[in-house]
Design a protein around this ligand. Structure first.
Ligand SMILES: Nc1ncnc2c1ncn2[C@@H]1O[C@H](COP(=O)(O)OP(=O)(O)OP(=O)(O)O)[C@@H](O)[C@H]1O
Ligand SMILES: [Mg+2]
Length: 312
């Protein structure tokens, strides 16, 4: 549904997007995850035909967005980073305006307004002036605008940024709901967003894709690693040194009151860890295997990417 090939964008001298390629299949919800300035908004603006790439091509529903963006835009609902709302219009007027702009006739527009008002839970505010709505509700109006013409593809640039936790969770539920009917690409720099809404994630850093996979596979790839979290009474420095000598242990580090022992997944050092601690007269309070969080993965990948490019 979304196809991106060798996309590169320079702003003058500045390389914002560096030769990226990816696909989003029909019905998928994919997260474009990356820190500030990673190139998320730039990629989305190119995908929606608002910006021309320096090199490369993008297709939405088989429409080439570089050469035929007018046709392509009919298939896209776009919620930009800062939703440009006409603040003196009511929600209903605004949605009517966009419905007509997107080519719906008056009857269909009215019909769709009622649909999207319901979907986005805007009933209470339909006749309110947009300028007087809270940020979270404005975001919803932005989302309602994006789906008014029933596009196949939704492109949402940081859809929950700046809204309160309750509304964040409602918006995520709404996005998942929309995912049943639409193909969605959403950007975020918030890791829980991806795990809460997306089936797959594309991690982008400094204009480059550093990983793309399902969340589960990504954990498996990056970790291929086992992490044991142990709580032990005794001199942590000495214990660390001793545990580092166990065959196959890659790293022992401190995390609050715990020690984290990392090893390849094939190696299970639990019995050796236990034996060493007990034999040395220290007290083992707990030992457990911990999952790597998306945050760990992200930090590892970006650190690895930095090492690689520093050594280039
Ligand atoms: N109009 C512009 N002119 C010049 N440089 C730009 C322009 N827009 C973005 N950039 C630069 O391109 C790079 C990528 O920016 P982009 O907005 O795509 O990042 P982002 O991933 O969306 O970041 P954020 O999480 O902060 O929204 C940044 O270094 C930014 O400074
Ligand atoms: Mg952005």
């Amino acid at each position: 549904m979304i196809k991106v090939r060798n996309l590169t964008k320079y702003y003058g001298e500045r390389l914002a997007v560096d030769n990226i390629s990816f696909d989003v299949g029909k019905g998928e919800i994919v997260g474009l995850l990356g820190p500030n300035a990673a190139g998320k908004t730039t990629t989305m603006r190119i995908l929606t035909g608002f910006l021309t790439p320096t090199r490369g091509d993008t297709w939405i529903a088989d429409c080439n967005m570089v050469t035929n963006s007018l046709e392509g835009r009919k298939h896209i609902g776009y919620m930009p980073e800062s939703v440009p709302l006409y603040t003196d219009m009511t929600v209903r007027e605004y949605l009517a305006f966009f419905g007509r702009l997107r080519g719906l006739d008056a009857k269909r527009t009215n019909h769709r307004i009622n649909d999207v008002i319901g979907l986005c839970n805007l009933e209470e505010y339909v006749d309110s002036i947009i300028g007087k709505l809270s940020k979270g509700f404005r975001q919803r109006v932005g989302l309602a605008q994006a789906i008014i013409h029933e596009p196949e593809v939704l492109i949402l640039d940081e859809p929950t940024v700046g809204i309160d936790p309750l509304q964040v969770s409602q918006t995520r539920t709404l996005i998942k709901e929309l995912g049943k009917e639409h193909t969605i690409l959403l950007s975020t720099h918030i890791l829980p967003e991806v795990s809460a809404t997306c089936g797959r994630v594309i991690i982008i850093n400094r204009g480059r894709i550093i990983a793309q996979d399902s969340i589960e596979n990504l954990s498996a790839i990056v970790k291929g690693a086992r992490r044991l979290r142990i709580e032990v009474k005794g001199p942590h420095d000495q214990i660390t040194k001793r545990l580092q000598r166990i065959d196959g242990v890659k790293k022992v580090s401190r995390e609050g009151n715990y020690l984290i022992v990392e090893s390849p997944i094939q190696i299970d050092p639990r019995s050796q860890v236990t034996e060493i601690i007990v034999k040395s007269g220290w007290t083992l309070l707990s030992i457990e295997t911990v999952e790597m969080s998306l945050e760990d993965i992200f930090l590892q990948l970006t650190a690895k990417d930095k090492e690689e490019s520093d050594s280039e």
